[in-house]
Design a protein around this ligand. Structure first.
Ligand code: A2P
Length: 271
């Protein structure tokens, strides 16, 4: 597939030099609150798994940009994103209506803290997410380096409703069965999904499951241990704070690109 940036002919306004204009190749709606889309990837665009970019639409002279984690792995020839639909949200109100062939703008510089470089080596990698916070981990769990660095990868996602967990379920299934990835993943990847407002897992926030130990008994794994475990966190601010508190109480220390630690947090949000 050609990944040459689409021409300005598709856009009503000129594209600044620090912005790529890319073409949507697929859109999938999961619920009335969540959708994913894929778009062409500029040949010159490089990123590390777990990073985010600023995304906008060519619908105004000064487009609204929001931080979006890249959900696809570095080896994918396209870029994938997983988005919330915010009623009246300045970007997502329009973004949720995109169709194949439409143009999406992307600032050229990726950045972020949910990267291997910000963690010191360990044995198990915990990836804690709520809602669309799973997006950077969709990239991380499809990166062969993750399985070269860790013996076990434990992805958790908490959403309000069961249907909101389907992106993650498909992702994990596809990753385990992928021709390229299955060889790296083996039996290392675990997924714990809970819907907090319906069904059997009602009330099961991941924070509660860490505190009462159910997360570990459910997955038949050892409890958190800062000596061997590393963690990445992405989700709502309240969830980030609570998980950070739980990790810090267990002796984990926050890392950054210039000072790796035992856990990292992403504080960039969509809408
Ligand atoms: P809950 O249904 O109990 O509020 P949201 O859609 O509001 O971003 O929430 C996504 C998921 O994150 C929901 O399952 C929600 O649970 C959960 N959640 C919200 N706040 C926290 C928190 N402080 N710690 C853990 N999970 C949380």
């Amino acid at each position: 597939m050609s990944s040459v940036a689409t021409s300005e002919a598709n856009t009503a306004f000129p594209i600044p030099a620090n912005v790529f204009a890319e073409t949507v190749t697929a859109v999938k709606h999961y619920t009335d609150r969540l959708f994913s889309f894929r778009m062409t990837r500029p040949q010159s665009f490089r990123f590390r798994s777990g990073e985010f970019v600023m995304i906008g639409l060519p619908n105004a002279e000064k487009p609204v940009y929001r931080a979006y984690s890249i959900a696809s792995p570095a080896w994918d020839e396209e870029l994938e994103f997983f988005s919330i639909k915010v009623p009246g949200g300045p970007l997502t109100e329009h973004l949720q209506k995109i169709k194949v062939g439409d143009t999406v703008l992307m600032r050229k510089k990726p950045t972020g803290t949910l990267v291997h470089d910000a963690l010191i080596p360990g044995k198990r990698l915990f990836l804690f997410s709520t809602g669309t916070g799973i997006a950077p981990f969709a990239s991380v769990i499809r990166d062969p380096e993750t399985y070269e660095k860790f013996d076990q990868v434990i992805l958790t996602q908490t959403c309000r409703e069961n249907a909101e967990l389907n992106y993650g379920r498909e992702l994990v299934e596809n990753t385990k069965n992928d021709e390229l990835m299955s060889e790296f993943v083996g039996d290392k990847l675990h997924f714990h999904a809970s819907a907090t407002r319906e069904g059997e897992t009602r009330g099961h926030r991941v924070t509660t499951l860490i505190e009462n130990g159910k997360l570990f008994t459910d997955l038949a794994i050892e409890p958190l241990n800062p000596e061997t475990d590393r963690a990445m966190i992405c989700g709502s601010m309240a969830m980030l704070r609570e998980i950070e508190g739980l990790l810090q109480a267990r002796g984990f220390e926050e890392g950054a690109n210039n000072k790796p630690g035992t856990y990292v947090v992403e504080r960039a949000f969509v809408d």
